[in-house]
Design a protein around this ligand. Sequence first.
Ligand code: AMP
Length: 117
Amino acid sequence: MTHGGDTIFGKIIRREIPAQIVYETENVLAFRDISPVAPTHILLIPKKPISALSEASAADKELLGELMLEAAEIARREGLDKDGYRVVTNIGANAGQTVFHLHLHIIGGRPFQWPPG
Ligand code: AMP
């Protein structure tokens, strides 16, 4: 897996390409997925360019906690918590990861299958 390389999400963080940003702090950024798979589909990323969850380290403990708590807060603000929603992170080829900058998919607004396809 590639490390520290620049990605399209790095360009979004630096405002080099546009995105529908819904939330930002010093450490994290959330924006709407360009190709939504559900009525609500938001990507939440750390600004630090960690390529995937598998590449995070103990030094990222606080940042990962912040991401999880912010995911729940964004879902609440989007009105997803009543009916439920899913938070997913894809890692590597079998999971279909296409952008090598850690991101949580926050998806909701319809029922989902389990197990996923
Ligand atoms: P993954 O397959 O888990 O790596 O997810 C990458 C996600 O990034 C996909 O759902 C894409 O639709 C989304 N995506 C790719 N480029 C952009 C972009 N420029 N703005 C917003 N979302 C994007």
